[in-house]
Write a protein that binds this ligand. Sequence first.
Ligand code: PEP
Ligand code: MG
Length: 578
Amino acid sequence: MSLALSGIGVSRGIAIGKAHIILRGTVEVLESAIPEPLVEDEVVRFLKAVNCARQQLEDIRGRLPENTRVDIAGFIDTHLLMLDDATLVTTPVDLIREHGCNAEWALKLQRDAVVDVFEQIDDAYLRTRRDDVDHVINRLQRILLDDEQDDAYNAGVPLDNAIVLAYDLTPAETVLLEHQGISAFATECGGPLSHTAILARSMQIPALVGTHGLRRYIRDGETVILDGLQGILIAGTDERVLDHYRNRQQLEQQRQLELTRLTDTPAITRDGKCITLMANIELPEDIDAVSRESASGVGLYRTEFLFMNRSAPPDEEEQYDCYVSVIEALRGKPLTIRTLDMGADKPVDGSSRSCSNPALGLRAIRLCLKDHSLFKPQLRAILRASAHGPVRLMVPMLSNTQELHQVLSLINDTRNALQRESLAFSPDVKIGAMIEVPAAALSASEFASHMDFLSIGTNDLIQYTLAIDRIDDEVNYLYDPLHPAVLKLIKMTIDAGAAAGIPVSMCGEMAGDTRYTRLLLGMGLNEFSMHHTALQEVKRVINTSTITSLIPLVQELLNNTKAGRIPGRIESLNRNKR
Ligand code: PEP
Ligand code: MG
């Protein structure tokens, strides 16, 4: 009998192959009391496990073929770095001593505390970094428990074209399994922004996460179909269905080939309008992918990463070095550096401040304007880095013009101070505001009159317009980019920028979703910034669109936003051949 399990498709593509099941599940840890005289022995046992984990990861890194891309190997380095971090090494030792408990339990206590902090994070990408904490802690616990199944990877087993089914996979395992020839994987855990999911997209292997029950219902060795676009895993099927998927697999391969060919083609609509496509990055390492995909530059550099997982914020010099390295890697393409978007729920110094409503609290520019010791070094570092290449400075979460004037005055003071100190900076750094709060969108004309550019952050704009916490699963169903109110605010912002003669870009998720590309083109948007994996897809839609036909269609759609009608009208806009 045929069986279809649904999961979250995180890397598109179709694979047909034999299931290879990795039985390893969650790590079960029990608490046991350690008698006082043996506590130091327990600490030694824990530190040995840390060394062993380091050894394992270095081994895996050493087994990677020489041509492995830097960004892929970087995921393993992240775990190695975590093994040097006080949060995962020093604190568990303190816990063993304080509670007189076994090392496995101390790790569990620390894991729960760290995950609690991550759960509060408003940014979905940063929140997902808790998977990395889990992966490193699980590795340590398996070593302590003498669990043989430390890695899903097993060099002895041939895995050519196998579809790996596992409870969870670490990034390290994923890289090795790919080198062993697997064609796809599905896991029970994980989310679309986990490093494992990002890797799958980067390596272009179809993948699902959140596929519950897969190891219970599917037998090792049976033929399965994995559809990474639709998010389904099919087993026990007949030749007719297999044929259908073989055909789709061929079409998908053709599509991939066409997208690769698009890399060096500019984004130009059929009626000759050039559109700027930029990439969003979180880490300097992401620049490799930006160059590979021929993005026109970086439209959003989320600097939060530099400030996370450490006890003190990076100083001016560290930030300067980091920004310069990104600017140099971009070789003359513009870099849009967003000032720190942390606070309240995203602790800067490792301490979690309690706050009744974090999304509405002291975050982003509000925190920076309150704490100049945090903001000024960043402003100095960004301006100084601008001496090395084109930089745009972008401010998140502005909600009124007083904040905007405060920021502009601080930037002015910083420029004066740098001049007095004879430190080089470019006088041409463009200053922009992110439009993420409905109040800012409604005041877009006022913002536009003081700024060099605007950038629409739809992730937050939607959250604040519709009053739904973007990290609360219970209200996720209300998160609607096509809500008439959201569309009005986007249109107001684009029009305000055009009237003031300044560029308006979009850097929220909506910019990288091809379902909205034509709608946005018709609204007048001509600068998009997105995750690099979406660049060619969006370009393909742009290159098959005609702006002059889209503008009246979209205008008509916006004039007639009766409830429930918009999605259908967007579909017909997307089907339209013109
Ligand atoms: C946004 O809000 O759309 C945005 C790009 O910022 P972030 O997702 O980092 O909050
Ligand atoms: Mg935002």
